[in-house]
Design a protein around this ligand. Sequence first.
Ligand code: ADP
Ligand code: MG
Length: 309
Amino acid sequence: MNEFDLIEKYFNWKNLNSNDLGIGDDCALVSIDAHQQIATSVDTLIEGVHFPKGTSASDIAHKALAVNLSDLAAMGATPKYFTLALTLPEFDESWLLDFSSTLRVLANQYQITLVGGDTTKGALSITLNVTGTISQGRALLRSAAQAGDHIFVSNSIGDAALAWRQIQQKLTPSDQLLQHFNTPNPQVELGCALVGVANACIDISDGLEQDLGHILKRSNVGARIDLSQIPLNKEVQSYIQKTQDWCVALAGGDDYELCFSVAPENLEKLKAIEKNLKIKLSEIGVITQNKGIERVDDFDKKCQSYQHF
Ligand code: ADP
Ligand code: MG
């Protein structure tokens, strides 16, 4: 099978509107409505960096799309299209079948369409470029936090980081932790619902403090966070109780939950979102005028968040 047959067989899903153009020409052509902005983002996953060697093709596909959708979620954008740059060490039909079928299922679930890509040979790496739309001027920006805003986090954090710690220690994480690590759920619905309700928003990919830190820096504000209010699942809670290693929650990456700030007058609206989407939203602190992050607790260790360089 040559490269073109491979693309045709595994990636040409032919599900575009009739006036748009997907795989098969030099560029894809897509239409967007007037008064909308395009939100676009790219993320690469490299074997040994973003997922351990031996991760299944299906989990890689899930993670690759999920982490990219998470960026759209963090802006409040609605997913529309994506492209896929795939570098493979060899031609492996069963790998491609697993990869492309999971990618397709998840793409359908989030109503995002694959419109093109690139296929090359080399060390395994997957790059996705996602595109979404958002009404003009409505995106949730990192720069929009205001002193007095309440800070929230969706669901629980630290799960993926604890799984990763255990993998590195040659322990076997529970299925629940592994699921958070391998197949994170991007908070697309929540992100869209937060438009007009939240001020600033970010997805937690590198760790809560570092990612919240990006909001603070861009918004020129600070934060006070209460460690006892950080939402933790049972396993993470008991791990922290045993080890006092708060860094798993403060600096552990890969959760892909949303961290966002909400003005006091919008808290009622936020409650309605929580109820409608049946999602857990925890208030962990407030935005302050003083720069930096102040922790309410006696845990004063500096945590090392993930950095590539
Ligand atoms: P070009 O040389 O013009 O870049 P390619 O031969 O790389 O074209 O790709 C042919 C077509 O197949 C293009 O429409 C491209 O977007 C699409 N394509 C290539 N690889 C992939 C892939 N992994 N997934 C989806 N579409 C792909
Ligand atoms: Mg090409």
